[in-house]
Design a protein around this ligand. Sequence first.
Ligand code: ZN
Length: 157
Amino acid sequence: MRLPILLLALTLTLPACGSDLLPTDGTVFLDPSLPTAARQGALEALAEWNATGATQLTYTDDAYPCDAVITFGGKSRGFAGWTSTRTAGDGRRQPPRISLYLTTVPYYKSVALHELGHAMGLPHAHTGIMADGSHQECVDRGALDSLGRDGFPTCAE
Ligand SMILES: [Zn+2]
């Protein structure tokens, strides 16, 4: 039996705090809590986004400064990934926080592709990487259009 995987995003928008999204040329902190396979999936997802030419995302092993965080959420609670944007109590902007969860089948690359899309502001779509539960491992035209960026999709279309 295959565990259904849901991809969810929680976005708390506080307009007074300015942009709380990952810029397309942002730096992503890979938390040391990530298991090797999850870290590899995250790195592959960053490379896949960049291969479109629409983003120039880089990764860092230094927590500060960064524009987004990818961390490990541990055992899946019914979903494979989660992205939250939040603001500290004093109003300071905090970077989007992506959690990758341990699932029966580790779709880390496809989950990271999807969650990076959320971190850059993309909503869910009916098809492609931004579809809820997507296992797609390449960036589609729809995602690039939704991002409002020119670029070449990495999926054969
Ligand atoms: Zn989602």
